[in-house]
Design a protein around this ligand. Structure first.
Ligand SMILES: [Zn+2]
Length: 77
């Protein structure tokens, strides 16, 4: 998978181990699209979410159906 600019920056400034941790966390965080019901991870859409709490709502373009909508970000158990 290609890294986004933000992800490249994190990779540059982090150790390999730390980067892997951040990547795993960002893969657990994601949203289930309200249009197509497919789950996408934050990492998948080029984002980073690490040591975060809460379930914010944010405007995201779903990579599966290309719809831009408000989505609830949550973490897989
Ligand atoms: Zn979708």
């Amino acid at each position: 998978m290609k890294l986004s600019t933000a992800q490249k920056l994190v990779k540059f400034f982090s150790s390999k181990k730390k980067f892997e941790k951040i990547k795993q966390a960002s893969l657990q965080w994601g949203f289930t699209c309200s249009t197509c019901n497919e789950r996408s991870s934050i990492w998948e859409i080029g984002g980073i979410r690490y040591k975060a709490k809460g379930t914010p709502r944010t405007r995201i373009r779903c990579p599966k159906c290309d719809t831009i909508a408000m989505q609830r970000i949550n973490k897989l158990a």
